[in-house]
Structure formats: structure tokens, C-alpha cells
Design a binder for this molecule. Structure first.
Ligand SMILES: [Fe+2]
Ligand SMILES: [Fe+2]
Length: 350
């Protein structure tokens, strides 16, 4: 087993045995009212994060570099300045220092996008090019719902189904390029769970047409910019101020996420939605529309995090009000988020 596949196995561990199909909840059925938690306040991160200033890569890169430079000039400690310089170095690179999105997954993404059915044998031919992905698909197909393992990779692909394969491969690719971050691993785990919850919610909001479309993927990646910041902070090997870290993430993560999605050559829709997932600064067009749904899914994910932490949060009231304007039930979105969150936490604890 290579170092990379061992690392991947570790990184995927919290998601093992995840049911291959999410349960759909009728968008129109009445959901039980979800009370707001009382207790210490949970901050509202969806209000603090800033959208990218545009959907032009050069402009966004320039904006992030200017922001980081401004913060560097104002930073008080040597280590804080060192982090800001590291980040400027990373953002200046076209690929942000990340490995390319795995070719196998790009091929699967193209074959599986937008709900088109593809024969399992063709999918198996693509998957078998990547040994670590083969292991993951076989492992998923040996879940507790079956009495014996699949006889072949082809059989495994048929067994788990195209929707599950799409999710496994996208998640796999993201996790292959994201990292163990010394000193910040708990935060990384939190962001992973948060992102998967938001992905489930936004895919539900947009219905069947988006099952394997940009919505779920944009949800999965919406806060990837924060992971880049944490990666550089962890790589510094020295403590940086918590206040500065939060400020960097709030001001730049949507922009950095947009640059990451572009570096990985994702579709404009996915890139644009990541850039605009903090609401407020609404633009016209499909990217902004998906970005706004993502904003609502983000609130739902934060809402369940607050509830499970027994903190008071305005998430539910904000979500219910905003969701109503978009024609769906905010409490239902919270129910979807809660199920996803509870399942992921249970898997992590197992
Ligand atoms: Fe965000
Ligand atoms: Fe988020």
C-alpha cells in the first residue's frame, strides 16, 4: 500500500459505510417545527464571509493578493506576517500549489454528470486506472447491506449505482488533494463534515436534475478556500493569531475557493457558485442563483452545528425567511442537514 493510499484510507475513514443513496424527503410535506436552541451564542459565519469581487480569475487573484498584502502590512507578529507571505506565494501560483484534479475522476465526472446513465462496464474500465479508487469502490460495495462481496469491479459499480459512484469519486478527488494539517486537523474535519452536509442540502433543494450536477459538487467545495488557508497555517510550524486566521478566511475563502475550482477546471457554474456562496452581493445569472442556494445550504449546515453544540443561533429564522422566498420549506432543509450531520458524526465516532 503506498503512502498516498494509506493517507486516503485514513482520510476517507469517517465516511465509510455511508448509505449509498440519500433518502429523499418530499419538499412539500410538513416538517416538525425546529426550535431555536437556547444557550451561548453561535456566531453567524454566513454573515461574515465575503463573496469574490467578480467572476474573472485575474481580478479575483489580484483582489486576494491585495487583501493579503494589506493584512501583512497591518500584522503585528512575525509569524502572522510569515503566514500572509506564504499565502501570497500560493495564491500567485496558477494551480495554488495543488496537485491537478485526478484525471480518472475528471473522466468519471464527465461520464456521470447530469444524470446520464452509463453502462457499468465502461465506468469500471475508467475506475481501474486508479488503484486507490478501485479499493474505495470495492470497499463501498462490501457494505453491511450485502451478504457477500462483489465478484468483480464491474459488479461493484453496478451494486453501488451511478449516483453513489459520482459522490464517491468527487469526494475522493477532493480528499486526495487536501491534507493532513498539523495543529488544525479538528478544524479540517469540521469543514469536511460541514461541506458534506451543505452538499446534501443544496442537492436536495435543487431536486433530481442536480443529483450529479454542479450543486452537490459546489456544496462539497464551497469552503475549500478555508482549507487552503489552514493548510498554509499548519505548514508554517508556528502559531498564528486566531483572530488573524478568522479574518483571512472570512475575507478571502470564497475568492480562493473560486481560484481552486478554476485551477481544477470545473465548470463556470460550479466556480461561480463557490465565488458567490455568501449571499448578499447578488448577481444575475445561473452562477449567482446556485450561489444563493448554496448560501441557504450553508446556513442550514451551520444551523445544525449550532443545535448539536447546544448554542443559540439565528440560523433557523434566517433560513425559513429566505427559503420561503425561494419556494421551499426552510425547516425541511434543516431536517435534511440534521440527518446528514448525524450520520456523518456517527460514522466518525464508530
Ligand atoms: Fe463560506
Ligand atoms: Fe460554509
Amino acid at each position: 500500500m503506498t503512502l498516498l493510499s494509506r493517507f486516503l484510507a485514513w482520510f476517507m475513514a469517517p465516511f465509510r459505510d455511508e448509505p449509498v443513496r440519500r433518502k429523499r424527503v418530499a419538499r412539500t410535506s410538513a416538517a416538525p417545527a425546529q426550535p431555536e436552541e437556547s444557550g451561548p451564542a453561535y456566531s453567524a459565519p454566513w454573515e461574515r464571509g465575503l463573496n469574490a469581487p467578480s467572476l474573472e480569475v485575474r481580478e479575483v487573484r489580484r483582489h486576494v493578493l491585495d487583501e493579503l498584502h494589506r493584512m501583512e502590512v497591518e500584522a503585528r507578529s512575525f509569524d502572522d506576517r510569515a503566514l500572509l507571505r506564504r499565502l501570497q506565494g500560493v495564491v500567485a501560483m496558477e494551480n495554488l500549489g495543488l496537485p491537478p484534479f485526478p484525471g480518472t475522476v475528471v473522466e468519471l465526472k464527465r461520464m456521470l454528470s447530469r444524470g446520464v446513465e452509463v453502462p457499468s462496464a465502461r465506468l469500471a474500465n475508467v475506475i481501474e486506472k486508479d488503484h486507490a479508487l478501485v479499493e474505495e469502490v470495492l470497499r463501498q460495495a462490501r457494505g453491511p447491506n450485502w451478504s457477500k462481496g462483489p465478484e468483480s469491479l464491474h459488479a461493484a459499480v453496478t451494486r453501488i449505482g451511478n449516483d453513489a459512484l459520482w459522490r464517491i469519486s468527487m469526494r475522493f478527488a477532493l480528499e486526495a488533494t487536501v491534507f493532513f494539517v498539523p495543529g488544525y486537523q479538528d478544524r479540517v474535519e469540521q469543514i469536511r463534515v460541514h461541506s458534506l452536509v451543505a452538499a446534501e442540502v443544496v442537492a436536495w433543494m435543487l431536486g433530481d436534475a442536480e443529483e450529479r450536477g454542479g450543486a452537490w459538487l459546489a456544496g462539497l467545495l464551497h469552503d475549500v478556500g478555508k482549507l487552503i488557508v489552514l493548510k498554509e497555517a499548519g505548514g508554517l510550524g508556528a502559531p498564528v493569531s486566531e483572530e488573524l486566521l478568522e479574518e483571512i478566511m472570512d475575507r478571502t475563502h470564497a475568492s480562493i475557493g473560486f481560484l481552486v475550482a478554476n485551477a481544477w477546471e470545473f465548470e463556470e457554474l460550479e466556480c461561480g457558485a463557490i465565488a458567490t456562496h455568501h449571499g448578499g452581493n447578488r448577481r444575475s445569472g445561473p452562477e449567482a442563483r446556485l450561489g444563493f442556494y448554496l448560501h441557504l445550504a450553508d446556513i442550514a449546515a451551520h444551523g445544525v452545528e449550532a443545535r448539536h453544540a447546544r448554542k443559540s443561533s439565528p440560523a433557523r429564522s434566517v433560513l425559513v425567511r429566505e427559503a420561503k422566498a425561494m419556494g421551499f420549506d426552510g425547516d425541511q432543509a434543516l431536517t435534511i442537514a440534521d440527518r446528514a450531520y448525524t450520520r456523518l458524526k456517527a460514522l466518525r465516532a464508530a
